[in-house]
Design a binder for this molecule. Structure first.
Ligand SMILES: *Cc1c(COP(=O)(O)O)cnc(C)c1O
Length: 234
């Protein structure tokens, strides 16, 4: 059976099982890892079906597409996470409509999000994106920039700095997959020694969630393993 023929419910079960198995294997509490369903390019009906199976947290990459789904699924009271690249002139709808932003990598964006977060809402949860493999992807703060950035973001009034996020270069080998995740975890621990009180490591995707859990992931961001192969973006 090809992956295309699996039902969404079956895929969800398989992902939940992978998370549970990895937690057992690496001595983690079963409830210490949260599933974030990455729903970019997926239609509102697919998210609704996933929500009916108990998924509450969705991660989106593209602002316009996300805003449409947030409105369409307003009745479900879902938790919305933005995980894509941020243009500074588009920060206001992020501050207004999301619960979390994982992809903050510079102070200018964080300041705008804090200024634009509506008073009636809880502070916006933030992860700082870190470029741990130090290559290709231009997104993400460097490990050198991180301490000052974290301190400054943590001081912004309408944000709540929760932790770190990374998208390492894909690797097939398990030990190789673990390395960047270990670096991110060490960076988090260093910030916590400096008193920041962070509780979130957003790391691990469909192909490397086990390696991320082995290294302390608290939130895995899963797209294809949950929804099937992504259709080409038109
Ligand atoms: C698309 C995406 C994911 C999910 O990737 P899959 O390999 O489909 O699980 C996770 N994180 C980010 C930032 C993404 O853009």
């Amino acid at each position: 059976m090809t992956d295309n023929l699996l039902t969404p419910g079956k895929r969800l079960q398989t992902v939940q099982q992978r998370i549970a198995d990895a937690c057992r294997r690496f001595g983690r509490e079963a409830d210490s890892v949260t599933l974030l369903a990455v729903s970019k390019t997926r239609g509102g009906d697919e998210l609704r079906a996933m929500a009916a199976d108990g998924v509450r947290r969705f991660g989106e990459n593209y602002l316009q597409e996300a805003l449409q789904k947030i409105e369409e699924l307003n009745d479900l009271n879902l938790e919305w996470h933005f995980i894509g690249p941020i243009q500074s002139n588009k920060s206001k709808p992020l501050a207004q409509h999301f619960d979390w932003v994982h992809s903050v990598d510079r102070l200018k964006i964080a300041r705008r999000l804090s200024e634009q977060r509506p008073e009636g809402l809880e502070p916006l949860n933030i992860c700082l994106q870190v470029n741990v493999s130090g290559e290709q992807s231009k997104s993400g703060a460097t490990l050198e920039e991180l301490p000052a950035l974290a301190r400054d973001v943590a001081a912004l009034p309408r944000l709540r700095l929760r932790g770190l996020m990374a998208i390492p270069a894909p690797a097939d080998d398990f030990e190789q997959q673990r390395q960047p995740f270990r670096l991110l975890h060490q960076a988090l621990e260093q910030l916590n020694r400096d008193g920041l009180g962070l509780d979130t490591l957003s790391m691990g995707m469909s192909g490397d969630l086990e390696a991320a859990i082995a290294e302390g992931a608290t939130m895995v961001r899963i797209g294809t393993a949950l929804f099937g192969p992504r259709p080409p973006k038109t």
